[in-house]
Design a protein around this ligand. Structure first.
Ligand SMILES: *[C@@H]1O[C@H](CO)[C@@H](O)[C@H](O)[C@H]1NC(C)=O
Ligand SMILES: *[C@@H]1O[C@H](CO)[C@@H](O)[C@H](O)[C@H]1NC(C)=O
Ligand SMILES: *[C@@H]1O[C@H](CO)[C@@H](O)[C@H](O)[C@H]1NC(C)=O
Length: 226
């Protein structure tokens, strides 16, 4: 027989549940308003117009992940080849075991807010010089030193008047909250590793076919033709 809670045990349980949800909501409310004002993600070649026939690729990448780094050139080549027939959106998923991935992702959000066209140049710069920010290479650095190191690294993609704003952007809470949205969005989509790709909303099961340009062509060509 299933245990039916008596009213004496039910009332405290309900009160507990209500207080839990109230506290939980208060926590969310004070930290951040969700949903965010804008969709998460950086749109590659955002000047392209999209229509109902545009194929959407979503890439979940970590700026400090070597597999994300290796996946980027063929994906970019494919996006450049298809032009407006493909819309490529990059979502950042800073993986917790890459110690500075969140700081790097925040740098991308800061730069994006100051000069959107510097976003992908900075992502590529992180990929190129990634090893400088790996866990082992930064083991003796304080958190503050790493933030300074990454801020100074990131500011090279913007023009002189904006360089100090990149550095001060790390003191602006709204850039932190924006970076959290990327993480939350990844969790919402069930993404737990990088790179992860979706095409028209569906997870690509086979990572081998996304490893090179021909693989991307074999995925996208039939969709464009259809
Ligand atoms: C970190 O500090 C230890 C102890 O001083 C030193 O042996 C090691 O080489 C340092 N590592 C790096 C990457 O600087
Ligand atoms: C914006 O970024 C682009 C690409 O890095 C760069 O060429 C341009 O000079 C930047 N402009 C400013 C004002 O930072
Ligand atoms: C903080 O950043 C937001 C957008 O990212 C911007 O609108 C706001 O002006 C910034 N605040 C300061 C004090 O720089």
């Amino acid at each position: 027989m299933t245990a039916v809670p008596t009213s004496s045990s039910l009332v405290p349980a309900l009160l507990w549940a209500l207080s839990f949800f109230a506290a939980h909501r208060a926590l969310i409310g004070s930290a951040q308003s969700l949903p965010p004002a804008k969709h998460d993600g950086f749109v590659y070649a955002a000047e392209h117009r999209v229509d109902s026939g545009t194929v959407e690729i979503e890439a979940f990448l970590d700026p400090l992940c070597p597999f994300s780094r290796d996946s980027w050139p063929p994906l970019k080549q494919a996006a450049d080849y298809y032009g407006p027939r493909v819309r490529l959106v990059v979502h950042l998923l800073p993986l917790p075991y890459h110690d500075h991935a969140y700081v790097a992702s925040r740098a991308l959000n800061i730069v994006n807010g100051l000069n959107a066209s510097a976003t992908f140049p900075l992502l590529e710069l992180f990929f190129k010089e990634q090893a400088r920010f790996y866990n082992a290479q930064t083991i003796n650095l304080s958190k503050a030193a790493v933030v300074g190191y990454i801020a100074n690294f990131a500011k090279q993609v913007v023009a002189s008047p904006l360089k100090s704003a990149v550095v001060s952007g790390f003191k602006n809470r709204s850039t932190d909250l924006k970076t959290r949205v990327s993480f939350k969005y990844s969790a919402l989509r069930g993404v737990f590793s990088t790179p992860t790709f979706f095409v028209n909303g569906f997870l690509l099961p086979d990572s081998a076919s996304t490893a090179d340009y021909d693989g991307w062509r074999s995925i996208i060509d039939p969709l464009i033709a259809a």
